[in-house]
Design a protein around this ligand. Structure first.
Ligand SMILES: Cc1ncc(COP(=O)(O)O)c(C=O)c1O
Length: 386
């Protein structure tokens, strides 16, 4: 390996939200990795810092060309740079799009269990959450198409938020599913906001498919959000890109992000993103190999030491979803117990909705040595749980 994914970086007392824990505690919850970002990004940021001038900036063509280059070379999709808009984050852009595209009292459709902050973007704006829950069978989640179709057809449903790939279950949506979804959404005049922030983090050999690439129906009826923040562990750069092929939709969203002041970069967002997308491919490929090895380590450990827990095998994200229904249907109590008795801080699944109350989510984006510590704590906590 060219890059170092085994360094035990000490993040305690650094202002990290993830690591704002007691000294004996080990956080494996929020989607934030314990790896230093790619050195190419650090060099670009240092170079910018060295200029000593941080005035107002516009987003240069080189930024959009870098996004296009990344999607063309990594995901076989070369979106037109005219379709793109810079935004300061996926969640702020999502909330803005909810306000611009749907109306007060409308339904915004999601697929629970799903990233908990989607609920905030919908509810805080006075819209209803309508979920077509994913159905789990033998460790695999799938769409209940009859239910999804009925909910898309509800006249109050005007927008859907797709998580592609899907956090927290790590599912990579198949081409056929995305095509079918695109047709149904277009037929029912439901705009799809597709959050593809986890798209780069897939097991080697398992690429994801950008929603807008699957058909004209998908492209013309969607807002795609991408960002280097999860991929390169640069959430605090506050850089993301919206890709909107439909001119009318793009103009509406553009108005929203500008009037809500989400469209101007900080000094490091642009050089950091350009470095990531033009020089970061090898780092990401090595990261993905590391994450896959960690997921295998966890799966083997759970299979051997914790036979009542069932790992949901997902090929995307560094978040592992584990079904705990054989020991509890309220994993909040389980997670509190594990934290109190072992210091391991993981996510209880309830906040993601759907069947999350019986599941836990563990972040494995850390050196294997730290993961082993976490797994031993998990086994200890589960063993003493009554
Ligand atoms: C699916 C998903 N979308 C968005 C975000 C956060 O995006 P941002 O920090 O750009 O607002 C996360 C972070 O965990 C996520 O998992």
């Amino acid at each position: 390996m060219r890059y170092n994914f085994s360094e035990m970086v000490d993040r305690r007392h650094t202002g990290s939200i993830k690591w704002d824990v007691r000294d004996n505690e080990l956080p494996m919850w929020v989607a934030d990795m314990d790896f230093r970002t790619a050195p190419e990004i650090v060099a670009a940021i240092k170079q910018k810092a060295d200029t000593g001038i941080f005035g107002y900036e516009e987003v240069p063509a080189a930024y959009f060309e870098a996004v296009q280059h990344w999607y063309a070379t990594e995901h076989d999709w070369a979106p037109n740079t005219d379709w793109m808009r810079f935004v300061t984050g996926v969640v702020p852009a999502l909330s803005s799009a909810v306000r611009r595209i749907s109306h007060l009292g409308d339904n915004v459709l999601i697929q629970a269990p799903v990233y908990n902050i989607f609920y905030n973007s919908i509810l805080n704006n006075g819209r209803h959450v309508l979920s077509s829950d994913l159905v789990e069978e033998n460790g695999t989640y799938s769409i209940d198409w009859t239910d999804l179709e009925a909910k898309l057809a509800d006249p109050l449903t005007t927008m859907m938020i797709l998580c592609n790939p899907h956090n927290p279950i790590g599912l990579i949506w198949q081409l056929a599913d995305l095509k079918r979804l695109a047709e149904l959404a277009a037929a029912n005049h439901v705009t799809v906001f597709t959050d593809e922030i986890h798209g780069d983090i897939t097991d080697p050999g398992y690429g994801y498919t950008p929603f807008a690439a699957v058909s004209d129906a998908a492209a013309m009826n969607s807002i795609t959000a991408v960002s280097p923040s999860k991929t390169f562990n640069v959430a605090a750069l506050h850089a993301a890109t919206l890709i909107i092929p439909n001119e009318n939709l793009r103009n509406q969203v553009d108005r929203g992000i500008n009037s809500e002041e989400l469209a101007e970069p900080n000094a490091f967002a642009i050089p950091g993103t350009i470095a990531a997308y033009t020089q970061g491919a090898e780092w990401v490929h090595e990261l993905n190999a590391t994450i896959t090895a960690n997921k295998q380590l966890l799966t083997k450990f759970v299979g051997k030491q914790l036979p009542k827990l069932h790992v949901i095998a997902g090929h995307a994200t560094y978040l592992v979803w584990i079904d705990c229904h054989e020991i509890t249907n309220d994993t909040k109590v389980l997670c509190d117990h594990i934290r109190q008795t072992t210091g391991l801080y993981i996510s209880a699944g309830e906040v993601y909705g759907g069947d999350g109350h019986r599941c836990i989510r563990i972040n494995v984006a850390c050196p294997a040595e730290r993961l082993e510590d976490g797994l031993n704590r998990l086994a200890k906590g589960v063993a003493s749980f009554k």
